[in-house]
Design a protein around this ligand. Sequence first.
Ligand SMILES: NC(=O)c1ccc[n+]([C@@H]2O[C@H](COP(=O)([O-])OP(=O)(O)OC[C@H]3O[C@@H](n4cnc5c(N)ncnc54)[C@H](O)[C@@H]3O)[C@@H](O)[C@H]2O)c1
Length: 404
Amino acid sequence: MCPTGSDSARVLLVGAGVRGAKWARVIAEAPDATLAGIVDLDEARARRARDEHAPDAPVERDFASALAHVAVDAVVIATPPDSHHSLVSQAFDQGLDVLCEKPLSDEMDEVLDLIARADNAGRHLVVGMNFRYLPTSQRIRHYARSGGLGDLSYGHFTYHRQRDGNRHDLNDYVMTMAHPMLLEQSIHHFDLLRYCYDAEVESLVCDTWRPSWSTYGNDCCVSVLFRFENGVRANYLGTWTAAWNRMDFRWRTEFERGALIQREQFEDLVRIDFDRGLGLRGSNFKGDAEGETPVPEPLAPCTAFIDDTRELLAEFLRAVRGEAEPVTTARDHLKTLLVVQACIESEQRGGWVALREMEERFRVSAPPVNTNTGEGRSDADAGSARRQIAENVGRSDEETGFPS
Ligand SMILES: NC(=O)c1ccc[n+]([C@@H]2O[C@H](COP(=O)([O-])OP(=O)(O)OC[C@H]3O[C@@H](n4cnc5c(N)ncnc54)[C@H](O)[C@@H]3O)[C@@H](O)[C@H]2O)c1
C-alpha cells in the first residue's frame, strides 16, 4: 500500500527533457504506478510528454506548485544536476521518497547533505544507475559473484563514442560542464565496474584530455587504471570525442577459467571457456580459427534506457510501498562519486590516489545504522543518523540546515 492509500504509486515526474521523456513512458507503462503529473520549466516539453503517455496528468512549470496541487506518493527527478539538491530537498520536506537522476550533484557537500536529509526525513533516496539492470550487467555480476569461471582477475573497459554535443536531441548543459565525461557518462561505467565486479575501488590513477575537434568545452576523454580492494585490476578508456562515428564498446573481463566479452553497449555478451593446454599447441598468435570459440550468453531481450529503467523503477516502488530496501541508493552512489573525485584529484596532481584519502577529505564514514539499508530508517534512527552525518561533514546542525 502506498502513502496516499492507493495500490498504484502516484509518481510526479520533474524534468521532461531527453531523459525525462523516457521516464514518462516507463512510469506511465508501469503496472504498479500512475504518472500523477509532469513538471518542467519548459511547459511545452511537459505537455508533449503528457500528451504521449498520460493524457489526464496535470502539467506544471513549478515543482512547489505541483506539490501543493497534486496527490503524490513519490517523485522522480530528471533535471540537470545543479537543480537536484533544491528539488530533492523540497520533496523530502513534503515527506516523499525520491528517485533522482545521476549525478546526484556535482558538489560533494550537496551529496552529503542530501544523504543526511534522507536519513533525517526517514525517506528513500534512489539514484538513476539504470545500467545495472541491463541483462549484460546482471550476467557479468552473476559470474563475478558465483565464481562460475573462477576468480576474477582483471578487466578492460572501452567506450568510444563520437557524441556531437550540437545535436538537437541531446541536452545542452553538458557543453560547458567542468568534467562532462566523468560526471555524466564515466560515472555509469565506474558504477558498473563496482556493481558487476562486486568490489570497491582501493586506488586509481587517471588522466583526462580534450581532443582539438571536440564539441565540448572541457575534457571529454578519460583514462583510468583501477586497483580494487580485492586485488582486481581494471583499465578504462571512455570518450565522447572520437574520430569514428560508429559506437565502439568493448568490456572484457578475465577470470581464472575463462573470459567474458561484452561487444556492444547493451547486448552481445560472449563467454570464452579457457583451454590452458591450447597455449602449447598450434601457432603462437592464434586467430579465430585456432582460439577457443566464443559462446553467446543467453540474455533476455532488452530495450536500452527503457527495460533497465523499468527494473530500477520497480526497485524504487517496492521501497515506496515498504516491501523491500533499495540497493541503488544515494549512500551507494556516494562511493561512485568518490571514485569520480579521486579521478579529478589524480588528473590534477598526477599519480595514484587512494579512495581512503577521498573519504577522509569529504569526511565520509560508515553509515550510522544497517549498511545494507542506508536510507529509509525509522524516525528514532533519524536523529542519530542526522548527528552522524553532521559529524561526517564536520558541521553543526545549524550549518548543515538540518531542522533541529
Ligand atoms: N540514467 C540515464 O541513463 C540518463 C540518461 C540521460 C540523462 N540522464 C540524467 O538525467 C538528467 C537530465 O538530463 P537530460 O538529458 O534529460 O537533460 P535535458 O536538458 O534534456 O532535460 C532537462 C529538463 O529539465 C528541465 N528543468 C531544469 N530545471 C528544472 C526545474 N528546476 N524544475 C523543473 N524542470 C526543470 C529543463 O527545462 C529540461 O526540459 C541529468 O541528471 C542527466 O545526467 C540520465
